[in-house]
Design a protein around this ligand. Structure first.
Ligand code: GLA
Length: 650
C-alpha cells in the first residue's frame, strides 16, 4: 500500500530500463520502511522521521496519518498527459490526490495535490506541500539556489547537500528578496554547457518552503510547498484544498540547458502573452521621486519621445495627497493639486508624442494618513492588542477579506476604464508583521494562503477586464518574482539597485530562472561618474530595456547616444527577448562577463561582453559562441570598441 518513488532523470524508453522497485521492512528497531524507502508523498505517521509532505490533525486529536494507495488513472484533461494517483487514509475519510501533468514539449513535469475531507468533522492541515522531488538513489548532490536582500537580489549560491535538511523559505507574505522558490541540483560536475541537472520551482507568491533533505539512508529529496510556518488550514467537511503547482525538469545540458528549458516554458505556458515584444519604457521615479505634476512630467515625456521611448510611465506620487511616503496609499485617484484636470491631459500629451502611457500603483498597501484608513482601520492585517508596526509608514490591507478585494477591484477598474492606460507597475513595498486576521471565518492562520489567493483574484479579474494592459510585478524591486505571479504579470522589476555593475550579477542570477523578456532593466544615473552611458545601456539591453535616469540632466551628447542604443535595441529586441540565452562568462567571479542570445532559428545572435575591471592594459579573453549552426557562416556586425570609462563591448 505504500506508494514508492522509482525514478526521475534521463528519459528511458522501455519499462525494463527503470531501476527495480525498492523494498524494505525498515532497519533495526529504529527505522520503519517509511524511513528507508523513498516514499513518493509521505505523510507524518508511523515509524518515519524524514521531512513529510503532509501533516494532519484529525478532529479526535489523532495527529498521525496513514496513506495507502487507492488507484491511479489518466485524467481526460490535457490530452492524456495527466496522471492522478489517489491515496486514502486507512482509518479516516481523508483523500489525497496527487496530480502529475507532463508538459512533453518542454520536458517539464507539473505536480500539485488535492486534499479532500470526506468526513463529518473538520480536520486541520498543518502542512500540505505540493511535491517531494526524489533524486536518483545513492547520489551525492550539489544544490544551486538564489539568495539576497533588498538592493541585492538573486545572488547565486551553490553548496553540497549533506545528511540533514537545508531549508529555504519566505515568512514575509511575498516570495521575498531573500530566497526564491527555485532549485537546481547536480552531482558536482555539471557546468553551464553540460552535465545532469535536476531543477524545479514552486509557482506561488506568498510564504513558501523548500526543504532539501539527505536522509540517513542516502536518499536525496527536495520538497516544495506552502510554508508550514505559522500555518494551519481548517478543512471543513466536504472541503478540498488544492496546493500550488511545482514544476520540475531534468536536462543533461547543464545549468544553461536548465535555464533555457525554464525560459521556454515560462514564455510558452506561464506568461499570458509570452511572445509579445515589450516596448521601451521610460519611468520617472529616479528623476522626480514624489515631485510629480503635469508640467515636469510632460517635459520628461518630450525628451523620452526624442530618444525613441515607446511607453511613458509615471511612478509613485500621482495620487491623492501623495507628497511623500507618509500619505495617500489607498486613495487611488489623481491628486487634485498636482493634476487639477485629472490624468487625462498628461496622457493625451504623452499619446500625442507617439507613446503609450503607464502608471504605478501599490494596491495592497495603506498609509494610516489616508481617507481609506480613516474609514476602514480594521481592513489591515493586525492583532487588536498589538501596535501595528509600520514600515515605510504603511500597513498591509488584508486581501484575504472579500470587502478589501472588492474595494481594490472597483478603484483600479475605474482608473483603467477612465484612462488610456496600457501599463501598470504593481508594487508591494513592505513585508508582513503582526499577522492577525480578526473575525477570520476559519483558522486565522489561513491568512498566509488566502491573502495570496485574494491577490490573484483581484489581479486576475483586472487582467480579464483590461486584456490590453501590460502588468509589471514589483515588490521594492525583485521581492515578488515567481511563476505564480507570472501567470498575471508580464514582467518583473528585478531590483531597485540600478547600478550597472551590481546589476550584472543580479541579472545573471535572475536569468537562471526567468527569461530576458520578463526582466525589466532601466538605464539610470546610478554611478554615472564612473560608468559610461554606453556601458549602462549595454547592461540594460540584456533584458527588456527601459530608461529611468533624469533626462533633463542628460547632455545633448547623452541624448544622442541614448537614441542610438535605443534604435539598435529595437532591431535586436526579438533575439534578446525571445531567443535562447547563453551565459558565456559569469559576472560572479570574472572581470569579464558575457552573455549571448540566439534567435530560435539560429539565424541571428547578439553578444554582450563586459569588462568590469581596471586598469588597462589587460588581456581580453576569448569568447566561444554557443548554439550556432556549425556549417553556417555568420556575418559579424556592429563590433564597437568603446573603451571610454569602464566600457568595452565587442
Ligand atoms: C519601490 C519600487 C521603486 C519605486 C518606488 C516608489 O521601491 O521598487 O521602483 O516604484 O517603490 O515608491
Amino acid at each position: 500500500g505504500m506508494l514508492v518513488h522509482r525514478y526521475w532523470g534521463k528519459r528511458l524508453f522501455a519499462p525494463e530500463d527503470y531501476p527495480p522497485t525498492l523494498h524494505s521492512e525498515g532497519w533495526a528497531s529504529f527505522n520503519g520502511p517509511g524511513q528507508t524507502l523513498p516514499e513518493e508523498y509521505p505523510a507524518y505517521g508511523g515509524l518515519k522521521y524524514i521531512d513529510p509532505c503532509l501533516k494532519v490533525s484529525f478532529a479526535d486529536g489523532v495527529r498521525d496519518s496513514d496513506l495507502a494507495f487507492q488507484s491511479a488513472s489518466m485524467s481526460d484533461r490535457d490530452h492524456g498527459e495527466h496522471l492522478v494517483i489517489e491515496l486514502h487514509d486507512r482509518a479516516y475519510p481523508l483523500q489525497v490526490r496527487l496530480h502529475y501533468r507532463v508538459h512533453a514539449q518542454h520536458d517539464i513535469l507539473e505536480r500539485w495535490v488535492e486534499i479532500a475531507n470526506l468526513d463529518d468533522h473538520p480536520v486541520t492541515l498543518e502542512r500540505a506541500w505540493s511535491a517531494q522531488w526524489h533524486l536518483p538513489q545513492g547520489g551525492s548532490y550539489r544544490m544551486e539556489h538564489l539568495a539576497g536582500r533588498w538592493l541585492d537580489e538573486s545572488q547565486v549560491i551553490s553548496e553540497m547537500l549533506t545528511q540533514g535538511i537545508k531549508t529555504l523559505e519566505s515568512r514575509r507574505i511575498t516570495t521575498s528578496h531573500h530566497h526564491n522558490p527555485w532549485f537546481a541540483v547536480d552531482q558536482g560536475s555539471a557546468n553551464e554547457d553540460q552535465g545532469d541537472v535536476w531543477f524545479g520551482v514552486l509557482a506561488w507568491s506568498g510564504n513558501w518552503k523548500l526543504s532539501a533533505e539527505v536522509t540517513d539512508f542516502g536518499s536525496t529529496r527536495i520538497n516544495l510547498g506552502l510554508n508550514d510556518w505559522d500555518f494551519a488550514w481548517r478543512l471543513v467537511p466536504g472541503e478540498t484544498v488544492i496546493t500550488p503547482s511545482s514544476f520540475a525538469g531534468y536536462t543533461n545540458a547543464g545549468y544553461g540547458g536548465a535555464s533555457r528549458t525554464l525560459h521556454d516554458f515560462i514564455r510558452d505556458r506561464v506568461l499570458p502573452h509570452g511572445h509579445k515584444l515589450h516596448p521601451i519604457l521610460y519611468n520617472s521615479w529616479e528623476a522626480t521621486q514624489f515631485d510629480v505634476e503635469e508640467t515636469s512630467q510632460a517635459r520628461l515625456a518630450e525628451l523620452a519621445a526624442r530618444i525613441g521611448v515607446e511607453l511613458f510611465v509615471v511612478d509613485d506620487g500621482w495620487f491623492h495627497r501623495r507628497n511623500s511616503d507618509h500619505t495617500g496609499l489607498g486613495d487611488w485617484w489623481p491628486d487634485e493639486d498636482k493634476f487639477p484636470h485629472g490624468l487625462s491631459p498628461l496622457i493625451e500629451r504623452v499619446n500625442a508624442l507617439g507613446m503609450d502611457f503607464g502608471l504605478w500603483i501599490e494596491p495592497e498597501m495603506v498609509n494610516p494618513d489616508s481617507d481609506l484608513y480613516r474609514t476602514h482601520p480594521d481592513w489591515v492585517i493586525h492583532f487588536p492588542t498589538r501596535p501595528r508596526s509600520e514600515a515605510r509608514n504603511q500597513l498591509i490591507l488584508n486581501l484575504a477579506r472579500t470587502d478589501v478585494q472588492e474595494y481594490l477591484l472597483e478603484k483600479i477598474d475605474a482608473l483603467l476604464s477612465q484612462h488610456n492606460i496600457t501599463f501598470i507597475k504593481w508594487d508591494m513595498n513592505r513585508n508582513v508583521s503582526e499577522p492577525g486576521w480578526p473575525d477570520a471565518p476559519g483558522d486565522p492562520r489561513e491568512l498566509w494562503v488566502r491573502y495570496v489567493q485574494g491577490l490573484y483574484r483581484v489581479w486576475g479579474f483586472l487582467r480579464q477586464r483590461h486584456p490590453d494592459v501590460t502588468w509589471q510585478s514589483c515588490s521594492g524591486g525583485g521581492g515578488r518574482a515567481d511563476l505564480g505571479i507570472l501567470c498575471l504579470a508580464d514582467q518583473i522589476w528585478e531590483s531597485d539597485n540600478t547600478e550597472a555593475t551590481a546589476r550584472l550579477r543580479i541579472q545573471e542570477g535572475f536569468s537562471l530562472v526567468f527569461p530576458a523578456n520578463t526582466m525589466e532593466a532601466w538605464v539610470t544615473d546610478a554611478n554615472r561618474e564612473k560608468i559610461s552611458l554606453d556601458f549602462r545601456f549595454h547592461v540594460s539591453m540584456c533584458g527588456s530595456l527601459g530608461v529611468g535616469g533624469d533626462l533633463s540632466r542628460w547632455s545633448g551628447e547623452d541624448l544622442k547616444k541614448a537614441a542610438h542604443w535605443i534604435a539598435l535595441y529595437k532591431e535586436l529586441r526579438p533575439v534578446i527577448q525571445l531567443g535562447d540565452q547563453f551565459r558565456l562568462r559569469s559576472a560572479l567571479e570574472n572581470r569579464f562577463s558575457a552573455v549571448q542570445y540566439l534567435s530560435k532559428d539560429r539565424q541571428e545572435g547578439v553578444l554582450f561582453a563586459f569588462r568590469t575591471h581596471l586598469p588597462e592594459p589587460v588581456q581580453l579573453p576569448t569568447l566561444t559562441l554557443r548554439g550556432l549552426e556549425p556549417q553556417a557562416r555568420y556575418e559579424v556586425e556592429g563590433i564597437a570598441d568603446v573603451r571610454s570609462g569602464l566600457s568595452w563591448m565587442e
